[in-house]
Ligand binder design. Structure first.
Ligand code: FAD
Length: 426
């Protein structure tokens, strides 16, 4: 796409495209460091269903370090300290976060829109933070091989934002990777997920469970007034599930989760069931001069383990820690951008490898007519050993390399934009 006419201009030290978990947290943290930041979000609000809603201990510790954990936990949420699988032979604890040494030994379930409203509300306290809603970035501004900002569309016309650094945090379908010529490594997860809700009623269990048996695998998440259910299917199987009809689908849900069999009639239409085509990929290089990709825009994650938000936030924390100084000085070098990738790439690849094993060896083996979930024998043996027993909980809670908020220099504490200076990108 080529935009010929731009009606208005904006200038910022850093322009962030996308106000999901990665973009919102980066915007907040840079603003807090005194960087002049403009965040563009294409939607008018954050109200989108069936997004990642799981805040893990790594994210809660970051919120704590920002002094925002208590305020966040004042919002409506539920907690789960154990992830359990209900198998035909009994219940198995997959991960017990309650044994971990942290102030937040649980997964916090909170609608993503509440989390984003809260984070952006806090960011707006800083005069150097600007958020434009209904602002859809369309085209990177490339000059002499360097990204100088982005052209974007608003209800009032086309605008242009010029920035020392543009950060693409626009999620898994981000077109800016291709526009910037960044190459992708794609993997082919063997599963897709169907998401739907069923009501929660008095006397229902409190916990979040995985259910497996009879060739099916489902995850049931307690969302207060309703259960959010992930029904895992083999990749490409969606059409045949639909052809079998809604009655057969309801029956299979009831047979796998007998506790909810009395309400599967709430699924009235296929409109009530959303397909998530599971995607997993990562960029070879996350940056080029003037541009950095973070979160799903740099690496789309499979939903296994519910780590996507947390990894996206860890990227934002690392980027803010590493780049706030150079941005404040008006000079971001390629090596600064490379440092962000170096720091985050290994944890991302390790988690993707872990998800790939879980998808192929555990979940796929549970699907199909004779499917029975199985944990590979060597893994079963290792998981029996005390030091290894807590490993799944640790990986889910903290990932491979948790990020922490770097302490601010006193000069940055006002949250004011630094004085205007000559800016250069090398
Ligand atoms: C159905 C589903 C269930 C999931 N479940 C979980 C889970 O339980 N736990 C978990 O941790 N993760 C889960 N994930 C993954 C998780 O949602 C993502 O990994 C995470 O949201 C990534 O954050 P992000 O900020 O990088 O990108 P996103 O959350 O995708 O945010 C990108 C933002 O950019 C905006 N945007 C896009 N294009 C433009 C543009 N051109 N201009 C301006 N704005 C733009 C979008 O509107 C969006 O607000 C799930 C994902 C899906 C789809």
């Amino acid at each position: 796409m080529r935009i010929e006419k731009t009606e208005e201009f904006r200038r910022a030290t850093c322009c962030v495209i996308g106000c999901g978990p990665a973009g919102a947290m980066l915007g907040l943290m840079l603003a807090r460091e005194g960087v002049d930041v403009l965040v563009l979000e294409k939607h008018a609000d954050f109200l989108r269903d069936f997004r990642g809603d799981t805040l893990h201990p790594s994210t809660m510790e970051v919120m704590d370090e920002l002094g925002l954990a208590d305020g966040l936990l004042d919002l409506k949420h539920t907690k789960a300290s154990k992830i359990e699988a209900r198998l035909p032979g009994g219940t198995v604890t997959v991960a017990d976060l309650g044994r971990l040494k942290t102030r937040y030994p649980y997964i916090t379930f909170m609608p993503q829109w509440d989390f984003l409203d809260y984070v952006t509300g806090e960011a707006k306290r800083y005069p150097n933070f600007r958020l434009e809603m209904e602002a859809e970035a369309k085209e990177l501004i490339l000059e002499d091989g360097t990204v100088r900002g982005v052209r974007y569309e608003t209800p009032d016309g086309l605008r242009e934002a010029r920035a020392l650094l543009t950060v693409a945090a626009a999620g898994r379908s981000s077109p800016f990777r291709e526009q910037a010529g960044l190459k992708m490594v794609r993997t082919s997860p063997p599963i897709d997920v169907l998401w739907f809700r069923l009501s929660r009623r008095e006397g229902d269990p409190e916990d979040t469970f995985g259910y497996a048996g009879g060739g099916r695998f489902m995850v049931v998440i307690n969302r207060g007034e309703y259960w959010q259910i992930a029904y895992v299917i083999r990749k490409g199987e969606y059409e045949s599930v639909r052809e079998a009809g809604l009655d057969a689908f309801r029956r299979s849900v009831g047979e796998t989760i007998p506790d909810l069999a009395d309400r599967t009639g709430e699924l009235q239409d296929w409109e009530d069931v959303k397909l998530l085509s599971v995607q997993a990929d990562r960029l070879r290089r996350w940056h080029r001069p003037g541009l950095l990709c973070i979160g799903d825009a740099a690496h789309a994650m499979s939903p296994v383990g519910g780590v996507g938000i947390n990894l996206a936030i860890a990227d934002a924390v690392a980027a803010a820690n590493i780049l706030a100084g150079p941005l404040g000085e008006g000079r971001v070098r390629t090596r600064d951008l490379m440092t962000v990738q170096l720091r985050r790439e290994l944890p991302t690849r390790a988690i993707q490898a872990f998800q790939s094993v879980a998808q192929r060896r555990v979940i796929s083996s549970a699907l199909g007519p004779d499917g029975a979930p199985s944990i590979p024998a060597p893994a079963r043996m290792l998981l029996g050993l005390r030091p290894v027993r807590d490993l799944p909980a640790r990986i889910i809670a903290f990932g491979i390399w948790p990020e922490h908020v770097r302490r601010r220099e006193p000069s940055a504490r006002t949250g004011q934009a630094p004085a205007a200076r000559e800016e250069s990108v090398r």
